[in-house]
Each structure stands twice: as C-alpha cells, then as structure tokens.
Write a protein that binds this ligand. Structure first.
Ligand SMILES: C[S@@+](CC[C@H](N)C(=O)[O-])C[C@H]1O[C@@H](n2cnc3c(N)ncnc32)[C@H](O)[C@@H]1O
Length: 242
C-alpha cells in the first residue's frame, strides 16, 4: 500500500516537474488542457495548500458580510479557490482561465456565476474597470504562465478600496520570477496605486518535485517547497497604467 502511494507521488512529481519546465505560454496551456481531469487529485497528492492559504488571508481582510462581495478568481483552474471561498460563505464568484479544459472542470463544480476564457498577458480581463470587491490569482504567477505585465489589469477591474490577493512559489527555480514580480508590485506601490497589507511567507506550501527545489539554507523542510501570499488594497482614487 505504502509502495503504491510512493509510486503515485513519484508519478505526480514527474508530471508537475515537467510542467514547471514549460516556459512557453501556449505549450503550458495545452499542458493544463491535458492535465485538467487529473489536476485535483494530483495537487492533493502534492499537499498543495495555496488556495486555502490565499482565501484565509483574503477573507480575514474583506469587510462586510461574505454574500455581498463580488470576487474574481483569475487563472481559476478547476475551481479549488472557489471551493474554499464557498465554504466561507462567499457566493458571488467569477472566474477566468486560459485553458478551456480547466474551465470545463470549474464549470462542472457549479460554484461560479460567470466563467470566461481569457489569456492574461495577451488580452484584457473581460470586465469593466472597478467591478470586483476582491481579485485573487493563485498558483499562476511563474515563468510560462501569467506575466508580471498582467498585474495592472487585475488592479483595473478591482473596485477602489478593493483587495488583490496573489501567490507565488519561492523554490529556487522560481526565484528569478519572484524577484521580477516583487519589482512590479513595489513599483505599483511607489506609484501610489495600491498598498501592501500582507506578505506572508509559508514554509510547507506543497511537496517539492525534486531535491533540487529544496535548496540547502532555505526555509523548505521535510521535502516541501515554500511560497508566499501577498495581499494589497487598491487606493480609493487611482489611474492604473500598464
Ligand atoms: C497551477 S493552476 C492553478 C489553478 C487554481 N488557481 C488553483 O490554485 O488550483 C494554474 C492555472 O493558470 C492558468 N493559466 C496559466 N497561465 C495563464 C494565462 N496567461 N492566462 C490565463 N490563465 C493562465 C492555467 O490554465 C491553470 O488553470
């Protein structure tokens, strides 16, 4: 039995490691199309906790009763973030993703009021300025997925005073992306368009896909990689430029 479980974990690690190696967006989205039917089971095997961590962070800061908040889940995948939000009473959920098959899984979950196909970095979000009380993007900020240049688009569709919650991994191969991301986040803060409320480093983010990702001297422990959750509040009156 334990041998079977070990074999399954090795299989999932190999699959996810292959996905991390894809840096071309079109290839990555095709990869997600093929992965969609097995995604939930595979990330459970990896003990992927990002949706829960991000939703915990966001919902502690969101004012007002949960059912009144309109929330956009960007790169929603199969809808794991929506499941966490619904469990806390958030019911007005919209989602976008660049993979039709991942969106199909999200639709089958039945938790989103609207789902749209949208490739971040190539096209705008399909919503007017200032629509959402909160915007989340979980598990999609890395090479070959959502480029840092798409961050202002998240801000555009957020209401003045609304919240934006983002996650990224802090394992060695993602550190150059994380650095570029933080430069973008800081530049927007210096421009006065939003303020950082939280930067929450998390040790046990998900199981590493290889020993190389658990770098000596980092905070990763027990075969886990680390990650980080950011929470920002959009200023009341801002002009968002790309
Ligand atoms: C690791 S999954 C995360 C899904 C979900 N947020 C979760 O945490 O389970 C990454 C998702 O981002 C989507 N994605 C990656 N790059 C994208 C892009 N540029 N535009 C839209 N979706 C993208 C993929 O199709 C995939 O569904």
């Amino acid at each position: 039995m334990a041998q079977e479980e070990g074999g399954r974990l090795a299989e999932v690690r190999a699959r996810v490691a292959a996905s991390h190696g894809i840096t071309d967006l079109a290839h990555k989205l095709h990869f997600y199309d093929r992965w969609a039917p097995d995604y939930d089971q595979d990330v459970a095997t990896l003990q992927y906790r990002a949706p829960r961590l991000a939703v915990d962070c966001l919902t502690q800061a969101l004012p007002g009763p949960p059912h009144t908040a309109l929330i956009l889940d960007v790169a929603c995948g199969t809808g794991l973030v929506a499941a966490e939000l619904q469990a806390r009473g958030f019911l007005q959920l919209h989602g976008v993703d660049g993979s039709p098959a991942m969106l199909g899984q999200a639709r089958a979950r039945g938790l989103y009021q609207h789902l749209s196909l949208c490739t971040l970095g190539q096209e705008p979000l399909p919503s007017p300025e200032g629509t959402f009380d909160a915007v989340l993007m979980v598990g999609a900020l890395s090479d070959g997925q959502v480029p840092c240049s798409a961050i202002p688009e998240l801000l555009r569709v957020t209401k003045p005073g609304g919240l934006v919650c983002l996650t990224t991994r802090t394992n060695p191969s993602n550190l150059p992306y994380k650095e570029a991301l933080e430069a973008t986040l800081d530049r927007l803060e210096q421009a006065g368009v939003w303020e950082r409320l939280v930067a929450w480093p998390v040790d046990r983010w998900e199981l590493a896909t290889s020993e190389l990702e658990v770098a000596p001297g980092t905070s990763a422990r027990d075969g886990f990689i680390s990650g980080i959750v950011y929470l920002y509040r959009k200023q009341q009156a801002t002009q968002v430029e790309g």
